[in-house]
Structures are given as C-alpha cells and as structure tokens.
Write a protein that binds this ligand. Structure first.
Ligand code: HEM
Length: 231
C-alpha cells in the first residue's frame, strides 16, 4: 500500500538541502501525493448536486477520516518514536489530537456513539524514528491548512451550518490555519528533522501516510480509484 517516496525537487543551487526549510522540503517531496488526493476529493462534491446526497458523501468522508486519524494518532501515541516528538518540544500532544473533533462532527451528522465505535480502522504507518513520525504528523497537521478549503466546498454542496466542520476547521479558516501551521508546527520540524538522513526519513513517513490516506479513502469508496479517474 505504500507509495514510493517522491524525490524532492533537485537543488539546482548546489547548496545543501538544509538551506531549504524542512517544511518546504516535505512540501516539495509530497506535492504529487497531495495533489492526487486533493483532485480526487474535490470531485466528490459536485455543483448542483442534491444536498442530501452531498451530506451522505460528507458523512462517508468523515467516517473514513475517523478510521484513519484515530489509527494514526494511536500509532503515534503508542510508539516511543511518536512520543519523542513531544519531549522537549513546543508541540503539544493534546492540542494536536483531532479524533475528538471527528467524533463531534459524526454525532452532528446523526451517528450514534455505537456507530462510531464500530467504524473500521486501517493499517497505518508505524513511527520508526522521530523523523519518520514527524513526517506522519506533517500530513495530519497540514491537512488542517487545506481543511477549511474542503469545508467551504462541502458547505456549499450540503448547506450544513459552520459548526458541522469541527475537524476540517480544527485550526480555523484558511489564512489563520496556515498561520498557525507556519508559526508552530513548521518551526518545530527543524529540531525534529536535523540532517539529510532525517529528512529522507521524514519524507518516507509523509509519503507513506499520504498513501495510507489514499488507499483507505479508495477502499471506503469515498474517492474514485486511479482507474475511475482516467475514465
Ligand atoms: C479536497 C481536498 C483537499 C484540498 C482542496 C486541499 C487543499 C489544500 C490547500 C489549499 C493547502 C494550502 C497550500 C498552501 O498554502 O500553500 C493544503 C495544504 C496541505 N494539505 Fe491539503 N487539501 C486537500 C486534502 C488534503 C488531505 C486529505 C490531506 C492529508 C491527508 C492534505 C494534506 C495537506 C498538507 C500536508 C498540506 C501542507 C502543505 C504545506 O506544507 O504547505 N490535504 N491543502
């Protein structure tokens, strides 16, 4: 299920990769994986669609998110490499947890606590080193930058009120969410991913996490597979 890591843009300046921030390095190395997920998810919510159908699609998307976000948070919290992210670091495990936001959204969408407990969870990448774990968290944290963009799309299609998008707007609306990421998570990445070898590990963690999202969403039927995309 794991995609081959996408190599970052070659450094044409001849300077060491550390001259690019870890965040930019990760962004470049995962652009292909991100854009594929973005493109497929955007296709789910079509203009002029029946709001009830769109609401069901949103519910399915949040159910799929719950399964994978819960599994990833568990894997990070249970592993030494994952817990190491929060030792002597400005990052807060509690502040970054997002499973509870998904629970609130799913309850608003009409699921019961029993329904939520019954949601299946996929196999997810296991943190193998602190840098790899940082790559995993980069994907989860970064998804809150694009989340408000997705929320706006879903809101238009479903007519649901803003309070139904707690997960997608975990860090508020678009510019604020990006500011928060830029000011807290992005700088913390520098200490967690200190050298070239660690950067490669972080890229592997991020790309394997993107691959896990993509294959889980496909398996759950919330996004089209690659075959459907080419039709
Ligand atoms: C329809 C679906 C999606 C849309 C429209 C979308 C859109 C966006 C946008 C607009 C940004 C900000 C880019 C920037 O400021 O330069 C972003 C960033 C990001 N998104 Fe998405 N996104 C989507 C789905 C996802 C998913 C499902 C994930 C992860 C599971 C994800 C992970 C990320 C990450 C890691 C970043 C940070 C990139 C950086 O380093 O700046 N996105 N997204």
């Amino acid at each position: 299920m794991h995609a081959q890591p996408v190599s970052p843009e070659p450094d044409r300046s001849g300077s060491p990769s550390q001259e690019v921030s870890v965040r930019v390095f990760l962004k470049q190395a995962t652009t292909e994986a991100h854009d594929a997920l973005d493109r497929k998810t955007s296709k789910v919510f079509k203009r002029g669609e029946d709001p009830e159908v769109a609401k069901q699609s949103y519910s399915n998307l949040m159910v799929a998110h719950y399964g994978i976000v819960c599994a990833i948070e568990d894997a990070v919290h249970r592993s030494d490499a994952g817990r190491a992210l929060f030792v002597d670091s400005p990052l807060s495990l509690q502040e970054m947890e997002k499973t509870h936001l998904l629970v609130e959204d799913l309850i608003s969408l009409g699921l019961s606590v029993e329904d939520i407990h019954a949601i299946k969870k996929p196999e997810v990448p296991t943190p193998q080193s602190t840098a790899y774990a940082a790559g995993i968290l980069y994907v989860l944290e970064g998804s809150s930058i694009g989340g408000p963009v997705v929320a706006a799309m879903v809101q238009r299609a479903t007519g649901l009120p803003p309070e139904n998008f707690r997960f997608l707007k975990a860090y508020g609306d678009f510019p604020d969410a990006r500011e928060r990421f830029n000011n807290t998570f992005a700088p913390a990445l520098e200490a967690l991913v200190p050298d070239d070898a660690a950067r490669q590990e972080a890229v592997r963690g991020a790309n394997e996490t993107f691959a896990a999202f993509s294959s889980w969403f496909e398996k759950a039927g919330v996004i089209p597979g690659n075959d459907a995309e080419t039709k």
